[in-house]
Design a protein around this ligand. Structure first.
Ligand code: TXA
Ligand code: MG
Length: 320
């Protein structure tokens, strides 16, 4: 289901485009989650993203562009990257490829010689890219480590109060972040760096081999090492029981009774619906301020891989 463009005025997108060109920040929708965007070439604006999110400076940002051609001006695409881009762009796929020396993007890549590129599918994001005609560096618009926003009202005032323009386009249709694939290691292998909106099965359908670990550690995703996607309430995964002072997140027909508040990712067991609901439900359960959020098992297939990745990392104990 493609998100609605008609609810957003041309003026709102124009304001956002002008703000980007001025070096200000904007909040804008993508099909995965809301992004906190800046002109990727403007280090002063990009520095503000890191500051507002409380994001470590070693953690690079995804650069959003309007087309494959625009992406090729910033990064070097091998045959594998070309095939992936042709198949999944515009859409929830990010490609990490070698950065071109003359691409004009510095701080957003956090000192790495690889660049993460994505052509988003959301019509508002596309129009913003076209009107501003700048590459947009944009992480998810949450405070570092917390749950990503799939609606504007999920975003903390500490971020919203400091941006020039906020574009509200309702709920994001995919609901989990883009799949990140590293290319340029070997000619034939795609390295899955973060599961997301494009499933591993969909990539393998193209007869592309997907590797999940990189023995040479050539490409690192600094953001994956951290506790992430975490609500304030403690999360307990693979729950088979629930207590009356706990909130429950269930999936499918089998559910548990007795929780203080209970939400179901998809009563019919539909993974697309479950992904779209995940972050909004975590936000709602978090607001209930229960002792724990108990999460029932979600099958590890299709988008379930991305859902489980987010749940696992949300349940990790903070390293510090
Ligand atoms: O769906 C998405 O990807 C959303 C929307 C707004 O596009 N963006 C998003 O950005 O999820 P963020 O910053 O929340 O997550 C990006 C991840 C981080 O874990 C970061 O470490 C990794 O991508 N990353 C960015 N540039 C990289 C690079 N050059 N090499 C390896 N990993 C990179
Ligand atoms: Mg994020």
């Amino acid at each position: 289901m493609m998100p609605d463009r008609s609810s957003v005025s041309f003026e709102a997108i124009d304001h956002a485009a002008t703000a980007l060109l001025r070096g200000d920040l904007v909040i804008f929708p993508t099909e995965t989650v809301y992004g906190l965007g800046a002109d990727a070439r403007c280090d002063r604006a990009v520095a503000q993203i890191f500051a507002l999110k409380g994001r470590p400076h070693f953690n690079p940002l995804i650069v959003h562009v309007a087309s494959i051609e625009a992406a090729r001006q910033l990064g070097r695409f091998d045959t594998l990257a070309d095939r992936l881009a042709a198949a999944f762009w515009p859409g929830p796929l990010t490609l990490v490829v070698p950065k071109r020396d003359d691409c004009g993007i510095s701080l957003a890549c956090a000192g790495q010689d690889m660049i993460a590129l994505r052509v988003p599918a959301h019509p508002v994001a596309r129009e913003l890219l076209e009107r501003s005609d700048v590459p947009i560096a944009a992480p998810s618009a949450n405070l570092s480590g917390s749950v990503s926003p799939t609606q504007l009202d999920h975003i903390a005032p500490a971020i919203r109060d400091h941006v020039a323009v906020q574009i509200d386009a309702g709920a994001c249709s995919v609901g989990v972040e883009s799949t990140i694939i590293g290319c340029g290691l070997t000619a034939k292998t795609a390295l899955l760096l973060r599961p997301g909106g494009v499933t591993r099965e969909a990539i393998m359908d193209l007869a592309i081999n997907v590797q999940t670990s990189d023995p040479t550690q050539t490409i690192k995703v600094p953001g994956s090492a951290l506790r992430h996607y975490a609500p304030k309430t403690k999360l307990r995964v693979n729950a088979t029981t629930v207590k009356s002072d706990e909130a429950l997140l269930s999936f499918g027909t089998a559910t548990l009774s007795g929780a203080a508040l209970s939400l179901n990712l998809s009563p019919t067991g539909n993974m697309i619906e479950a992904a779209a609901n995940l972050f909004a439900m975590l936000h709602r359960l978090d607001r209930a301020a229960c002792r724990t959020i108990a999460v029932m098992p979600v099958p590890e297939s299709g988008l379930g891989v991305a859902i489980n990745d987010r749940l696992r990392r949300a349940s990790e104990i903070s390293p510090c």
